[in-house]
Design a protein around this ligand. Structure first.
Ligand SMILES: [Zn+2]
Length: 87
């Protein structure tokens, strides 16, 4: 991922948010401006390509969210059975 491209995309979202935020309270933002914000946001999200959320589970001892593959809880240090079931 190119950081300059990411910054440019964030900048374009920011511009559009600022434009919508500066609309007078009495005047609703135009459909075009709202669509443009959605479009720019989608471009940014696509660029980030975050993929699915990391595989996590809940610690049976302290209930913090931890990685499924963890063998020790990072919060309470309880030893965990390998590959816990889905929470
Ligand atoms: Zn824990």
């Amino acid at each position: 991922m190119k950081e300059t491209e990411l910054r440019a995309l964030v900048g374009r979202v920011q511009e559009q948010v600022a434009l919508l935020a500066s609309t007078a309270p009495s005047a609703a933002p135009s459909e075009n401006d709202k669509r443009e914000l959605t479009r720019r946001w989608d471009q940014l999200v696509q660029h980030l390509a975050l993929g699915p959320a990391p595989d996590t589970r809940v610690c049976p001892s302290c209930s913090h969210t931890i990685m499924r593959a963890a063998t020790l809880c990072g919060y309470c240090w309880m030893k965990l059975p390998e590959g816990g079931r889905h929470a």
